[in-house]
Design a protein around this ligand. Structure first.
Ligand code: SF4
Length: 324
């Protein structure tokens, strides 16, 4: 399968400014040397605790924020080097679904105008074309045309997220970053929205980066999964491989946090203790060493590479140094 995106050595270090003097007194190391491919037509799940850098990565991939250094290749071209006009073209092909459907829809605009806005922004003026596309998209997200004359506050969270999804896909993008798209919704509605995203992905041939802290949702929706810890990808593999043959202690800890019904009480389990260290002052060596039950002396000073544990399965941990 061809790569749609290649992320190379991506860093995002936010300066921390001293309020009085305006001097830089440190950095928040939000992304550190991230390397990642997103293949055409796949859903790549990105999972990790809150504060691990998942949303920052999604925003950098869409160039909604400009990273400190690195490359983001879309179909082989670095979007970080694109000018304003080229970026506008790129944004037609790559869209974002936000976490919070209560914030992402303008409360003063009717649904019709919300869905029309992307056409206006992109200079598309043909009224018949716009109307036809809006009606089609409303059908596709399972709503009736009468919603078009109403305002966002008249809808439930799930319905608003359907409308936000419609807005994201109305210009027929190839790629979507879905940033925690169901975490603000009731559990009873989450499955409906996840299933809607899956059916749209099939129907429209979408490629997707699906960001979530919830491994059970990531497992349900993804083809491959990348696990993020403190601004680094620590493990990436096909979904089945990651769930059945995970190698990184952090992945193991995340999986142990997912409730399962099991009679196997003898298996040793890693339970994640303590908070995520501050990205402003990350631990030296392996960033997970302060919480890892398998920590060795060298983990405290040396930084592990990304080892190929199996074909298509990479792990950033010294325990995999000699595998592959
Ligand atoms: Fe644990 Fe060491 Fe592996 Fe880091 S490199 S995850 S501290 S065993």
């Amino acid at each position: 399968m061809k790569n749609l995106f290649e992320v190379k050595n991506l860093n995002m270090h936010y300066p921390v400014i001293d309020g009085l003097m305006g001097n830089i007194k440190g950095y928040v190391y939000a992304l550190n040397n991230v390397n990642l491919e997103i293949r055409e037509n796949e859903i790549l799940g990105l999972v990790g605790e809150s504060g691990s850098g998942k949303s920052t990565l999604g925003n950098c991939i869409l160039k909604l924020i400009t990273p400190t250094s690195g490359e983001v290749l879309f179909k082989g071209e670095d979007i970080l080097l694109k000018d304003k006009k080229q970026l506008k073209e790129f944004r037609k092909q790559a869209q974002l679904i936000f976490q919070n459907p209560y914030m992402s829809l303008n409360p003063r605009m009717k649904i019709y105008d919300i869905l029309k806005e992307p056409f206006i922004i992109n200079g598309i003026k043909d009224k018949d074309e716009i109307n036809e596309k809006i009606k089609n998209i409303i059908r596709l997200i399972g709503m009736d045309e009468d919603v078009l004359t109403r305002y966002p506050h008249e809808f439930s969270g799930g319905q608003r997220q359907r409308i936000a999804i419609a807005r994201a896909i109305i210009l027929n993008p190839e790629f979507i970053v879905a940033d925690e798209p169901v975490s603000a919704l009731d559990v009873s509605i989450q499955a409906q929205i996840v299933n809607l995203i899956l059916s749209l992905k099939e129907h429209l041939n979408l490629t997707m980066l699906f960001i979530s802290h919830d491994l059970s949702i990531i497992k349900y929706i993804s083809d491959r999964i990348a696990v993020m810890y403190l601004g680094e990808i620590v493990e990436i593999a096909d979904k089945e491989e990651l769930f059945n043959n995970h190698k990184h202690p952090y992945t193991e800890a995340l999986l142990n946090a997912v409730p399962v019904i099991s009679e196997d009480k003898k298996t040793k389990k890693i339970i994640l203790s303590g908070d995520l260290p501050s990205p402003q002052n990350p631990p030296k060596g392996c960033k997970f060493h302060t919480r890892c039950p398998y920590v060795m002396e060298k983990c405290k000073t040396a930084h592990p590479d990304f080892y190929e544990a199996m074909p298509n399965h990479k792990v950033r941990c010294f325990l995999c140094e000699n595998s592959g």
